[in-house]
Structure formats: structure tokens, C-alpha cells
Design a protein around this ligand. Sequence first.
Ligand code: ASP
Length: 588
Amino acid sequence: MYRTHTCGELNAKQIGQTVTLSGWAQTIRNKGKMIWVDLRDRYGITQLVFEEGKTNACVWENVKKIGREFVVQVSGKVIERYTKNPNLPTGEIEIQVETLTILNASDIPPFTIEDNTDGGEELRAKYRYLDLRRPVMQKNIYLRHRVTKLVRDYMDGQQFAEIETPYLIKSTPEGARDFVVPSRLHAGNFYALPQSPQTFKQLLMIGGYDRYFQIVKCFRDEDFRADRQPEFTQIDCEMSFVEQEDILQMFEGLMQFVIKEVTGKQLDKFPRIPFEKAMAIYGTDKPDLRFDLPITDLTEIIKGRNFNVFDSAEYIGGIIVPGQAEISRKIIDGLTDYVKTPQVGAKGMVYLKYNGDGSFKSSIDKFYSPEDWQKISSQIGMNSGDILFILSGNRTETLTALGRLRIHLAEHFALINENDFAPLWVTDFPLYEWDEEAQRYNAMHHPFTAPKAEDVGLFETNPAAMHANAYDMVLNGMEIGGGSIRIHDAEVQKKMFRTLNLAEDEINEKFGFIINAFKYGAPPHGGIAFGLDRIVAILAGTSYIRDVIAFPKNNAGRDLMLDSPSEISKEQLDELSLVIKKENSVEK
Ligand code: ASP
């Protein structure tokens, strides 16, 4: 038997017992006559003690051979520790070792296997199996297991069936590029890896499986962006005979359940904010509601004082930060520099201080009198002691810039409570978005999303005005899920594709199978998919999904451990009838 106990469970109650433990030697402290080893496994750390003269001579010789990360098995007596460690569950005891077996040696690890490791990102990625030994990583990976288990419990309790769908498929339209897999047996033909199981889950509804879910890998070949993974995991769900309301309730329940089980916190009913309102008040369709700082529309209020920048602007908006009128010029300059960075893109920023003594100070006092400011501030509910930051320009761009500024201000003034959970639904998305570059409409969600019933007549006349039965779940400023009620009528589906500028033969070639299926009694249906990685990351309190994925790729989409993607042999290429052109590689 390799062990009678784990390294995390022994305490004063077991004093006097003889036990056997197995694990990794985390640290070895050799004080000449005494040697202490911290033995680590999944469950914790237990201190081992060896003493010259007292410990069996053979064991004493052996312990001196142990290095960091050696795998060892020991037996010995649980004794009370002389200096106790109250921070460790096993901190009251240590093991007086009687027998020691080195189960496996280890090279010196390239970084320390501790939460505060000295290993950099790259090194840890290359030796991911060592990184995974670190307690913080273990915590994250077990949390992930726990979350998936809770999801399965909830879904099972609601009569959902987990059904697998294939990975080798044909393109699915989620708006990203497909990863493709060449077919050896059908030279020149390719499978695509699913960007999501979207079409399959709809076919399952047509197949009569009215509550489906799947914890499933999805693949999207997108340009590299921080914290994007080319393969990621969705909690993918679909239901038949439902309206939007049924779905919102079902999946609000899922998130409430998971968060309650993991954190003990019972979340209230999720607020619902229509897309337009979210954009107008928070400058984003994924607002962080852990703090307030709404955007105020000043367009009609502030124009007409001969300040050309404002008078010529399509939109003027501001954010009041309560109680911060005292901040220094230097801080304001810093905030102004921030809005001018490319990621925000504003040309400049106007500020207005409503001082504690009732006076006003702004960067455009040439154009506005104290009476003007008095009027404006009372119209927008600004109090003495507050400061207002104003951006102006094109409406959409300015709102987006204000959205970024809003988050920056919250961070700067420490208004975010990291332990809060602020979920919401964003609803009533536009059905289409205009693609300026391609000069055509794209589906804002995906082309299977049903328009609002009252907008169905607008396909031919005014697609831009159509709204969708689509919804996103947002948590702490991150989109964690999104879905829609689907089109289940073959004719409506065709109209949708036509508006997307797909030619008839293209529609048939790409989506004939699903349009055809709609002809055989497709039930009304809808669903949602959640980003599992992101949900676990939020619950783990990390900003990086790679921290909650056992074997992630780096930001350039590479697996540094496997050194993948990599070239394949000439024979393999020939077998697949492929010829390689190198010009397109990002590495060139
Ligand atoms: N398939 C969609 C996605 O991956 C989710 C859904 O509409 O259910 O975003």
C-alpha cells in the first residue's frame, strides 16, 4: 500500500499512530543533524523529520539523496511538532520517519513548485505538468471539475440530457474562421471543427430531444488576442417549446445554483437591460454593474455656448464621479492621457469640478459661466464635491470611449469590490450589424436567431431596424453566455440568409440540410451557450482563462509543451494531397 493517509489530513488526533504517506519532496531543510522534508500531494503538505542517530542509519543515508520533487514514500510515527505552524492544517504534527523509499528521482525542476513561483509564463507553459503541481493551479482545476459537476447536476435535475455532437463537421456560422481538417480518403476535401454545436443542437430539437446540453469543446480560428484560446469549452444548451422568458429563468437558475454552491452567495433576480440602454448608460453591451458611474447624455444640455468642439459634436456624454472634485491637476492629466490612448481613442477630455465651496472649475471656463455650470450641474444631478468628465464626437465611438473611461475611473478610484457578483441579462439586440468593410449586413448573434415577431415584415425594407430575440448573460463586465430564440420556419430562415447576401446556391450548399429539416415539423426552440472557462476564471478570481485550463495554448495559439502547431512530414502531406505555401505564416 502506497499510503494510509494523504499529506493533507493528519493532525493532533493521530499523534502516536504509525502512518504511510507518498508524495513529492517540496522543500528539504538540512541542518546537519536534523533534516526536515515537506512532503506534498494533492491534499496538502506534511512535515517529515529525520534525526541523525535516532533515525535508522540506512534511512538517514537515503534522505540525504533526496532532491526537490523526488517522489518518496515514508512510514513513521505521527508526533507533536515542537514549533507548530498555525497556517497549515497539518501544522501541529510531523512524521518521525522510520522507513523511506525513493519511488522516483527528479531532475532539478526549472522553477519552484509553489504558489509564488519564480517561473515565468513561458517556462511554466513548457513544463505545464510541473506548473499543474502548484497548489493554486490544483485549486483552479478542481474548482473547474466542481463547476462542471454542479452544472451537470442542475441540468440533470431539470430533465436535460447531455448528448454528444461530432467534431468533424462542416462549417458552422458563428462568425469566426473555421479550423479545418484535411480528409485523406477524399483528397481536396476538408472537415471543419465546430465553432459551436449550433446546428446540431437545433437538429436535436427537431429530433424530439427537447432539453439538450453538452459541455463541449468549440474551435475558432481567430487572430490572437490576449486571453483567447483557439479551443475553449462551452456549456451548450437548447430547449424546445420555450419563449425567451423560459430560457432566462432556467439559466438564471443555473448560475444562481452554481454561484451559491461555490461561494455560498445567493444572487437576487438578475436585472435585465435592453442593448440600446446598456450602450447609452454604460457604453458597452457587457456592463460591469459592481459599481455605478452611469453615463449622462449631455448633448442637448451643454451645447450652444460657442464652444465649437461641443457645438459640432453629434453626441456629448459625461460621467460624474461623486466626491472627487479635489483631485489634482496631475491626476486629471493622467486620466486625459488615458482617454487619448489608441484603445480608447478620444481626442481630448473636458472636466468640470463642482468644488466643495460651491464654485466651479473646468477646462472650458472661457465658454461657460458659473451660472451655466450651476444650471447644467443641477440638470444632471451633480452635487458639490463631484467631478464630471466629458467626451464628445461621433455617438457610437464616444459612448464606447466613455464605457472604457467608466471602467478606468472605477479602477482608479477603487470602486470595485472584487468579491461582488453583479450579473445581468442584456436583451433586445439588433438582429444585424452593418459591416462597413464588406458593405453588407452580418448577423449580430448568428443567422439562426429569430427576429422579434413584430419586426418580421422588415427583412426586405429595413433590416437595420430589426431586433432579435437574443440575450447575453453578463457577469462583472464579462459576457459569460449568449443565446437566442431560433428561427424554426424554413421561409424565414431563407429570408435571413438572403439579407446576409448569401446567394441561393450558397444557401443550399451550406445550409440546405437545416432548411430542409425545418420542413419536417421543427418545434419552436431556443437556447444559450456559456463560456465555461470564463465562468470558472471569475469564480477562481483570476483574469486569465489559461489559469483554469489544464493544458492551454499561449497568446499566439501555441502549445509550448508539445511545440504545436508544427510541420508534418512530406509523406503525410502527400497522403493528404496538400502542398504548403509558407508566405502566410505569422512567424515569417
Ligand atoms: N451557438 C451560440 C454561440 O456559440 C450560442 C447559442 O446561440 O446558443 O455563441
